[in-house]
Design a protein around this ligand. Structure first.
Ligand code: HEM
Length: 322
């Protein structure tokens, strides 16, 4: 399920960043020559992201000298990293060049288009011509990496929790029916942003999913300067701190006695608004100053996808075949 969700999210983020869907594109790069379709090419890119993300985790668990040595000799995991980075670079630089050509062909038509309709690359290139290709590549890759695994993990757990809690599923469907207009029901059940904002129970269900199953279960920080924490603990410069976001989402002293239960209602006030929970309690998006910049999008995508799935299909857990 998460593999399908990753494909969906990758397509969405590419639309946002580049303005095109990678599943409909011609192939870029030497590694893609043997591929028979755009879909295969997009899967190759997805695979490259997966491999690199795994290698980044590896770099966190082995001593730095080990992976640096492997990198220098181009052996082991680092050999794979170099290959997959090349695949991604070819895709990203070709996408940037394509966008630049499109801009020079369409010129004023794009420049005069409303900013809400522009993809990120167009926006950056129209606002500031001097950004280097490397800068544009780095911005694009950060957004793809930040959203692909996180949103797909959230969506997978969300669908599983909804499928295994028929009462919640029934009430979400009733909520969708209430906000849905004739226009959206005839367009396949894809709700507008305003309609999605009215889905309070679905929003609460996503919060509850992210509390119990945070896509980043552990956060890793390094102390820059010696500091005394409010608890009185001294931390020395260079100390590595691991915060278990997963455990914090299941702590009785934070969430109460029913902390292990799936209860979307805990996020809804008597007046049917979402209850604000400070980020130092609900750590899924980390606290300031480095809080997640894509939080709104992190809710919008699962909301839009889940409401369309529930509207069009019957969501149930299939039989597990051993
Ligand atoms: C359920 C989905 C998501 C979760 C749980 C999540 C969680 C997080 C977390 C924990 C961080 C802090 C990482 C760190 O400092 O080590 C972070 C940072 C970030 N996230 Fe998200 N994220 C999600 C979706 C997204 C999306 C969809 C985008 C944008 C398209 C995004 C963009 C970013 C960016 C740009 C940062 C870096 C912020 C900075 O360092 O200043 N995230 N996210």
């Amino acid at each position: 399920m998460q593999d399908v969700a990753k494909i969906l999210v990758f397509g969405n983020i590419c639309l946002l960043v580049f303005g095109f869907d990678p599943y409909t594109l011609p192939h870029f790069g030497s590694d893609s020559k043997s591929l028979s379709s755009s879909e295969d090419h997009a899967l190759l890119l997805g695979g490259a992201f997966d491999e690199i993300e795994e290698a980044v985790i590896y770099r966190h668990v082995v001593p730095m000298c080990v992976w640096k040595f492997q990198k220098m000799l181009q052996i082991g995991v680092e050999k794979k990293v170099a290959r997959y980075c090349k695949i991604l670079d070819e895709f990203l630089y070709a996408s940037i060049e394509m966008k630049k050509q499109e801009l020079s062909t369409l010129g004023n038509n794009i420049i005069n288009s409303t900013t809400e309709k522009r993809d990120l690359l167009t926006h950056l290139l129209v606002e500031e011509e001097k950004y280097s290709n490397k800068f544009l590549r780095d911005v694009s890759i950060s957004l793809i990496v930040a959203s692909r695994n996180t949103v797909s993990s959230a969506l997978t757990w969300l669908l599983w929790l909804v499928a295994t809690h028929p009462d919640v599923k029934k009430r979400i469907l009733e909520e969708i029916k209430q906000v849905m207009t004739t226009k959206t029901s005839s367009s396949g059940g894809f709700l507008s942003e305003d309609e999605l904002n009215k889905l309070i129970l679905l929003h609460a269900t996503i919060c509850e999913t992210l509390r119990l199953y945070p896509p980043f279960p552990i956060e890793h920080k390094c102390v820059v300067e010696a500091y005394v924490l409010p608890t009185g603990h001294c931390v020395r410069k260079g100390t590595k701190i691991l915060v278990s976001i997963y455990s914090m989402g299941r702590m009785e002293e934070i969430w109460g006695e029913d902390c292990m239960e799936f209860k979307p209602e805990r996020w809804i006030s008597e007046k049917r608004n979402i209850i604000y929970v400070p980020s130092y309690k609900f750590m899924t998006f980390i606290s300031r100053p480095r809080t997640c910049l894509g939080k709104t999008m992190a809710f919008m995508q699962p909301k839009s996808m889940t409401s369309a799935i529930l509207w069009n299909y019957k969501l149930d857990m299939g039989k597990i075949v051993s």
